[in-house]
Ligand binder design. Structure first.
Ligand SMILES: [Zn+2]
Length: 367
């Protein structure tokens, strides 16, 4: 049997934080210090990349919307500067057009519903500039949604306003993203959502039991909605040994990141440098992660086994994580994951689904 050429299968990556690097001055054409740039998107066969505008809890509430917009401006500028490589996409048709001409479809997203400043008209404004996906929370409770990153249930899941946010997102064609939310918020979303919802960058709790990951019940609920789960490549979500070695919880790491956001708010280059320092510090404490490309495949296979082959996708979290598994250096490594799944017996049709077709189905169903 001839070996399958996984290099030709287009890939959709559901989450990255590269916009923070662009705002700090990186040029997306070539950015070897980070995980994503144009050369490597081509090498990795990335046909669709969701670019999240991440609004940290360290940003003052009344600047959150402006912050999200600044980051989205960076994506627009990158697409304008490199039109032959990056095409902003709103619909599945846009994505297919981009892919057919060898470009990466760039889809704007929001990480942290804090960006809307409790105001549905701001959500509408973000949607009207092309935002197609938003995580309800990050690692802190919002007044209207509780997060998995804090003790207790905060506002107790989705408040009545939080449910209005979910309904409005569906009306404005913004995919509801449950990565980072608490268990109670998750089940509130599952009962309110009428369209498929996703976890853009989350792993399986059965393999790595941290609050940020999804239980088998949650995996089944996302599958029932018709949604997808993008497997996150952060070693701390893939393998429970990682955070144990760090002598730290994810919460502590998030708090330190938040401090950096707060202290260097308004100075993106300094913020980036401080984040790099924090990453280096963690890496020196932990050493080489135990997680490998195979650990990523284990999570992909677990999610497919529990939720079905239509629910798996990839949500790398590139440029937002302190470390990556062995064998993964950035978006150029994505075909190696497909190749490993092929070695594990995945046929081309299943690989294509996980690589991009599953997410494109959700994109189409929510546009
Ligand atoms: Zn995240």
């Amino acid at each position: 049997m001839e070996a399958m050429n996984t290099q030709r299968i287009p890939i959709a990556d559901l989450h990255c934080d590269t916009l923070l690097e662009l705002r700090a001055g990186a040029d997306i054409d070539r950015f070897p210090e980070g995980h994503i740039d144009i050369g490597r998107l081509k090498k990795g066969g990335v046909g669709l990349q969701l670019f999240a505008a991440f609004v940290s809890a360290g940003v003052p509430e009344n600047r959150s919307f402006a912050e999200a917009n600044e980051l989205l401006d960076c994506l627009d500028a990158a697409c304008a500067k490199y039109p032959e490589s990056l095409a902003k996409a709103r619909t599945a048709r846009d994505v297919q057009t981009a892919m057919a001409s060898g470009k990466t479809a760039a889809v704007p997203a929001i990480e942290n519903g804090r960006a809307i400043e409790c105001d549905l008209s701001k959500l509408e404004a973000l949607a009207s500039r092309g935002v197609r996906c938003m995580t309800l929370t990050h690692s802190r409770h919002l007044p209207w949604a509780s997060s998995s990153g804090e003790e207790g249930e905060g506002p107790g899941g989705l408040t009545p306003f939080g449910k209005d946010v979910v309904r409005a997102m569906e009306d404005f064609r913004v995919i509801v993203d449950v990565s980072h939310v608490s268990e109670k918020t998750f089940w509130d979303v599952a009962s309110v959502a009428k369209k498929p919802f996703i976890a853009s960058h989350s792993c399986a709790a059965a393999l790595c039991p941290v609050p940020r990951n999804l239980t088998d019940e949650q995996i089944r609920a996302i599958a029932r909605s018709g949604g997808v789960i993008g497997v996150n490549f952060f070693p701390g979500f893939l393998d429970s040994r990682y955070l144990r070695k760090a002598g730290s919880s994810m919460e502590t790491i998030f708090r330190e990141m938040e401090r950096i956001e707060r202290d260097f708010d308004g100075d993106p280059a300094r913020r980036s440098a401080e984040m790099r320092r924090l990453n280096a510090e963690l890496r020196s404490k932990i050493g080489t992660p135990d997680a490998t490309l195979d650990t990523v495949c284990d999570h992909v296979e677990h999610i497919a086994r529990i939720g079905g082959e239509d629910v798996v996708a990839f949500g790398s979290d590139f440029d937002g994580v302190t470390d990556l598994p062995r064998g993964i250096s950035g978006c150029e490594s994505l075909p190696a994951i497909l190749a490993r799944l092929a070695e594990r017996g995945w046929d081309e049709s299943r690989l294509r689904k996980a690589a991009s077709e599953n997410f494109l189905r959700v994109f189409r169903a929510t546009e």
